[in-house]
Design a protein around this ligand. Structure first.
Ligand code: MG
Length: 305
């Protein structure tokens, strides 16, 4: 039996029909923020309530603690030089892992006020970092530590790589969360999980078009609405399809917004990323566990060896 649900013929070309979903590890309280590090052939992900970053080493599959305590990391990505970038709920900052093994702060404030709790981050080809800053890490003492929001809003920010300036680029969502660029970087997609705080907030991924300056955004509209749960983290493949976490599945949307298929997962799906030597293994963080399944797709920006 296939582990995929094919809703549109386009999805059948993106999968390996007989590939099985594997549970690679369990024991987290809330697994999030996966990033694949090609140079090390390992996957890092966050176990936010336990304040640790875990590591799966691909050569023998063993899992160990990479960092703890770590300031309650959530989302991760790699910058243009392959360095790991982290969103820290506890540290309330964006940080980067240096060659010395230390996490150094890249962004801590916006207009003189502390960030809420950065959640997810992406890197654009010009080296800028774009990150969401909802309040989940300061709402209580489970995923961080309680604090009132100094900014009083939950925005998406752009961190300029040269000046270090932090500019708000999305200010019209309730709790912006996962985000990713289209392959040509003309669009930024942002998930809104605002229903956790404001009833009736659309459970949607929103699309914004990137201005000619490569820095400003204009609202385009709702890209997709979730049929189950809230969209959290997601990734875009080379063809512009969106592989999104939501509740009981990874749901896959064509660039036109059509849901073309899904991968049911037996726990709540929080995030995912492409990994493996050929980046065709989808790593999925879901509630207490790490899962993986091979696919016939690769992340935007990937080129064959
Ligand atoms: Mg998230």
């Amino acid at each position: 039996m296939s582990d995929y649900v094919i809703l549109d013929e386009r999805f059948s070309r993106l999968i390996i029909a007989h590939a099985k979903l594997e549970r690679l590890w369990t024991g987290c309280r809330w697994a999030e923020g996966p990033v694949y590090v090609p140079a090390a052939r390992h996957l890092l992900w966050s176990d936010i309530p336990n304040d640790r970053v875990l590591r799966l080493v691909e050569d023998d599959g063993h899992v160990s603690v990479f960092a703890s305590p770590c300031g309650h990391h959530n989302g991760h990505t790699l910058d243009r030089e392959g360095r790991v970038i982290a969103c820290e709920h506890g540290g309330r900052r964006i940080s980067r892992l240096g060659a010395d093994g230390l996490w150094c702060a890249l962004a801590t404030h916006y207009q003189g006020k502390r960030l809420n709790s950065p959640n997810d981050v992406v890197v654009k080809s010009d080296g800028s970092l774009w990150f969401s800053d909802p309040t989940y890490g300061i709402d209580g003492y489970y995923e961080g530590a309680f604090a009132a929001s100094e900014i009083g809003a939950a925005n998406v920010y752009r961190l300029d790589p040269a000046s270090g300036a932090v500019e708000a680029v999305v200010t019209d969502l309730v709790r912006p969360n996962g985000l990713a660029f289209s392959p040509d970087e003309r669009k930024l997609y942002v998930a809104d999980t605002g229903e956790t705080h404001v009833a009736g907030t659309p459970r949607a991924i929103h699309a914004y078009h990137v201005g000619a300056d490569g820095q400003s955004l204009g609202r385009e509209g709702v890209f997709a609405v979730s049929e189950a749960g809230l969209f959290d983290g997601f990734r875009v493949d080379t063809a512009g399809n969106i592989w999104a976490s939501s509740a009981d599945s990874v749901r896959v949307f064509a660039p036109d917004g059509t849901m073309i298929g899904r991968i049911p997962v037996p726990e709540l799906v929080a995030n995912l990323c492409f990994g493996g030597r050929h980046r065709n293994r989808l790593y999925i963080t879901a509630q207490t566990s790490l899962y993986a399944i091979y696919v016939n797709a690769h992340p935007a920006g990937w080129r064959p060896e």
